[in-house]
Write a protein that binds this ligand. Structure first.
Ligand code: TXA
Ligand code: MG
Length: 345
């Protein structure tokens, strides 16, 4: 199929052309088509979450295992009345504080409204209200909750730009929206609120210390996220480039053999401040200026992985950041890209 492309940047919202485009996109979604959409975390692949056939197209386009449930996106809290069984007061406090934004809440599912495929037959549902103004308009116009995983081929790094979506899904999806690069760059925090204390299933831009300060209560971090399968997505290796990816901890290069004679082309992903440690023949991709600038590194990580994935390097070395509350989400993605378990504190 020939994928349709729409260009909608934030500043276009309100223009006649964009109003027309949004109406067309909403009609396609309501007709059961899938559309690539921008969000502040990563680009997503959206379908009407109440329509089995539409949701099936997401799994097909991505090549995603069907036992991995999707996050349901909304623009208005009232939409949850149809498919969430109950909302604790504490969860409402968190939603008021962090929504719209990069956090998904796992809640008890009220059966019968959403596609069973979207929730992978679980009795819970993950819900997010994105902050991206274009996604907000799409949700409003479609007037139905949208199931949306990241818009990458399964196993590839998540897309943080329109070009990434096009690279992975051109010809496989009905349409996609071209907008700006994702401002966060890694996927939302997934917080399980069906158990007490609440538990982070996937670390993201909203940090545990921010959650505990709003809750005035403790929040657990899901241990051993790769081995156990509470969040079904966690059992699959994600975000992986094609080549072997090796972690450099503490920027200790002593064990890295940068020996040209072995005829191996090396790529390195690290903060700019470490470039001097690397020989000139190495393909160096900078994540941020220095170690402390982890937010920039979150924003640029997936593009860096994709860049080297598409290059002719044979092996990639990537810098792991000093592990603390702030770098948890970033290191989680780095270790998972390397196929290793997240290292706990
Ligand atoms: O930032 C994001 O969350 C992006 C944008 C597009 O919103 N979406 C995203 O979706 O990252 P996806 O499908 O790539 O990741 C969803 C994660 C998976 O790890 C999945 O297993 C988990 O959320 N998940 C979904 N529903 C769940 C549930 N009921 N219980 C536990 N985990 C759930
Ligand atoms: Mg994903």
């Amino acid at each position: 199929m020939e994928t349709k492309y729409y260009e909608i940047f934030e500043e276009h919202i309100g223009s006649e052309q964009t109003k027309d485009d949004l109406r067309e996109i909403a009609r396609a979604l309501n007709d059961g088509e899938v559309v690539g959409i921008p969000t502040e975390t990563v680009y997503g692949l959206a379908a009407d979450a109440t329509n089995d056939e539409a949701v099936a197209k997401i799994f097909e386009a991505k090549g995603r295992p069907s036992d991995n449930p999707l996050i349901i996106h909304i623009h208005d809290m009232k939409q949850m009345d149809d498919f969430v069984e109950s909302l604790d007061e504490k969860v409402c406090d968190l939603m008021e504080h962090f929504w719209p934004g990069p956090i998904s809440f796992v809640l008890p599912l009220k059966k019968g409204y959403l596609s069973e495929k979207a929730v992978a037959n679980l009795s819970t549902v993950a819900v997010r209200m994105p902050a991206h103004p274009v996604m907000h308009e799409v949700l409003k116009h479609a007037d139905t909750p949208l199931a949306a995983p990241s818009a990458n081929s399964s196993g590839k790094p998540s897309p943080t730009s329109f070009q990434h979506v096009k690279d992975d899904l051109d010809g496989k999806i009905y349409a996609a929206i071209e907008s700006d690069e994702s401002s966060v760059g890694i996927e939302s925090t997934v917080l399980d609120c069906t158990i007490y204390p609440y538990r982070i299933l996937r670390p993201g831009a909203v940090r545990r210390d921010e959650l505990t300060s709003v809750l005035q209560d403790s929040v657990d971090f899901y241990k051993d996220m790769v081995v156990e399968t509470k969040s079904p997505g966690m059992k699959y290796q994600h975000y992986a480039p094609r080549q072997p990816l090796k972690i450099i901890e503490n920027w200790d290069l002593s064990h890295v053999n940068f020996n040209k004679i072995r005829d191996v082309k090396i790529g390195v992903i690290a903060p700019e401040s470490l470039r001097d440690h690397v020989d000139d023949y190495v393909e160096f991709v900078s994540l941020c200026l220095h170690e402390e600038d982890y937010r920039t590194a979150e924003r640029t990580l997936y593009a860096a992985l994709r860049k080297l994935d598409a290059s002719d390097v044979d092996v990639i070395y990537i810098h792991a950041f000093k592990n603390n509350e702030a770098t948890k989400a970033l290191n989680n993605r780095i270790y998972k890209a390397a196929g290793e378990k997240m290292i706990e504190d």
